[in-house]
Design a protein around this ligand. Structure first.
Ligand SMILES: N[C@@H](CCC(=O)N[C@@H](CS)C(=O)NCC(=O)O)C(=O)O
Length: 232
């Protein structure tokens, strides 16, 4: 007999795209909550399938992740993660600790991971659109500095935590958001081990966790990545 919120995972649909960090966060939380049987709909971002009527009906921005639980629609990856933890509180991994100070820190770090994505994407997209001979422009130097400073903060955070996860010995929402961001940096050839050793050893400790592996972007397994962050 299922409890009030222990619905079958088949009531859940997730539209996602390969290589999308926001989608990966949501997928990690689904797995951690023991909801691996959800209806997983992989769409092609390249073919712009996120602009299909089917997805626009759920997410008027035409973006993924787009998530449905029964008749409940949740967009925005971080909202999906929080929703899963709140609704399936008693199920699978507890992603938000009860202790107020730990909970505050988990929520803060969870949201803070967006800074890593914003700063790495600023550099990545600029380089994608700029000829390599122009890569030393002042503006690029500024972007490299901003990302390096951001990552130094995380280096400090991790130097203060033990050999477990980001905040405590337990995997939390903060880890669900941090590990895909680090995988993105690795794919863009950030020299993590040399410049950010705590981030590198955290990445090695967490990357093989089943929930993380389950959302690993399929096309990343077959293609080598890019050099866009190799000088950070
Ligand atoms: N803030 C949103 C961002 C979602 C997002 O940017 N999704 C991208 C994939 S990573 C997307 O659907 N891009 C296609 C588009 O905007 O048309 C979230 O966290 O869910």
């Amino acid at each position: 007999m299922l409890g009030t919120h222990e619905v079958m995972s088949t009531d859940i649909t997730l539209y996602w795209g390969s290589g999308s960090i926001p989608c990966w966060r949501a997928m990690i939380c689904l797995e951690e909550k023991g909801l691996s049987g959800y209806d997983s709909k992989l769409i092609s971002l390249e073919k712009k399938e996120q602009k299909s009527d089917e997805i626009l009906k759920i997410n008027p921005r035409g973006q993924v992740p787009a998530f449905k639980h029964g008749d409940v629609v949740v967009n925005e990856s971080m909202a999906i993660c929080l929703y899963l933890e709140n609704i399936f509180k008693k199920q699978g991994t507890q992603l938000l600790p009860d202790d107020p100070s730990h909970q505050a820190l988990v929520l803060q770090r969870f949201m803070e991971t967006q800074n890593i994505m914003d700063k790495s994407k600023a550099l990545f997209y600029y380089r994608l659109q700029t000829k390599q001979e122009d890569w030393d422009q002042e503006c690029i130097v500024e972007k490299i500095k901003a990302l390096a400073e951001e990552l130094s903060l995380w280096e400090k955070y991790l130097s203060q935590s033990g050999d477990g996860f980001l905040i405590t010995e337990d995997f939390t929402l903060a880890d669900a958001a941090l590990i895909p961001a680090l995988a993105f940096l690795k794919r863009m050839k950030l020299p993590m081990k040399e410049g950010f050793p705590h981030l590198a050893s955290y990445y090695e400790r967490v990357k093989d966790r089943p929930s993380v592996q389950s959302g690993w972007p399929p096309h990343w397994k077959e293609t080598p990545g890019y050099d866009y962050l190799k000088d950070v």
